[in-house]
Write a new protein. Structure first.
Length: 334
């Protein structure tokens, strides 16, 4: 017992000699690991924060990247039409049976519209990008439509009419079939007016025509009629036009040159209109005022259906890819 005590004391003395801290050693041996653990935890927390920050940044980059990819995909899905490829347009019926030749590249030859091909060959239905149906030829009902054929998912059907709403009947049965509208209306998907006024008269054409006349009359007698030499064929100064379903006055004002027409809505009664017409016919100056626009504008009429059909390709990249007229009658009468 005594020996063990001395040995223990001796060992303690040696420990004190070896370590000047002495009795505090056990406390140091306990505190040091705590500080080390705290430092380790601080290091872990520091790197953990950085790691979390890196994770957040990488996630943000991923989200931005994915967002960009999704946006590109969305844009591709929203605007899949491209003018960098050929577009085939199938006319299912010729309007009113008046046909034109479609051989060759008519859109390029006649109107300088490239990669746009027209056909009336119904056997090409399965490969056509666009199929156009004229409403007047649909009077027989749905039997006039190729509903018995497999319609490609990417194919678009166009409802075509140049008639006013009163002349477009039986529209309800066409609901859900057509993707785009083609009409003289400006709010149509493909607006095709009857014509337009072009600023500036073609003076070069007038001069060439006059030169030909001056040369030709040296060889044969020529009787010339028309406004050019002030010898109109008709002596009638006024030509009243009464339409069965004409547009509103605002439509004329938006499209026709100012001072080029007389509209019934400007007068309180038919008697007032008649009085104005008589005055205009009797007063040459008042009459000529309605033709002043000829000095600055000319009329360009669209009479060839091929020109109208080629306009589909011009509008094609801007048309909605996913659109269906669920209530065609509501749009026509709207």
């Amino acid at each position: 017992m005594e020996t063990r005590t001395k040995a223990t004391i001796k060992d303690e003395a040696l420990c004190k000699a070896a370590d000047p801290i002495g009795p505090n050693e056990p406390q140091v041996s306990q505190v040091a690991p705590q500080k080390q653990q705290a430092a380790t935890r601080q290091t872990v927390l520091s790197w953990g924060s950085r790691g979390l920050l890196l994770i957040l940044l990488s996630s943000l980059v991923s989200l931005v990247y994915i967002s960009i990819i999704d946006q590109k995909l969305f844009l591709q899905m929203s605007h899949p039409h491209s003018r960098h490829r050929d577009i085939s347009i199938l006319l299912w019926h010729w309007p009113f049976g008046h046909s034109y030749r479609l051989g060759g590249d008519k859109c390029l030859e006649l109107y300088n519209i490239s990669r746009c091909f027209l056909t009336d060959d119904t056997s090409t239905f399965s490969t056509a990008d666009v199929v156009v149906f004229h409403h007047q030829e649909l009077s027989r009902g749905l039997i006039s439509l190729p509903l018995h054929l497999d319609r490609p998912a990417s194919q678009h059907w166009v409802w075509l009419s140049m008639e006013p709403p009163a002349n477009n009947a039986n529209l309800t049965r066409l609901n859900g079939l057509f993707n785009w509208t083609m009409s003289y209306r400006q709010d149509a998907d493909i607006p095709i007016p009857y014509g337009k006024t072009v600023s500036g008269a073609d003076r070069h054409g007038i001069e060439a025509r006059a030169k030909l006349y001056q040369t030709l009359k040296q060889y044969i007698p020529i009787n010339v009629y028309g406004t050019w030499n002030k010898r109109p064929l008709s002596k009638r100064k006024l030509l009243p036009t009464i339409a069965n379903s004409g547009p509103k006055q605002g439509t004329y004002e938006a499209l026709a040159p100012p001072g080029s027409f007389i509209h019934v809505e400007d007068f309180s009664s038919p008697a007032a209109l008649a009085a104005h017409l008589k005055h205009t016919a009797a007063d040459r100056r008042a009459y000529d005022e309605y033709f002043q626009w000829h000095q600055s504008h000319r009329v360009q009429a669209y009479t060839d259906w091929r020109e109208r059909l080629c306009q589909i390709c011009v509008r094609y990249p801007h048309l909605a890819a996913r659109k269906t007229y669920r209530d065609l009658e509501a749009w026509v009468n709207g």
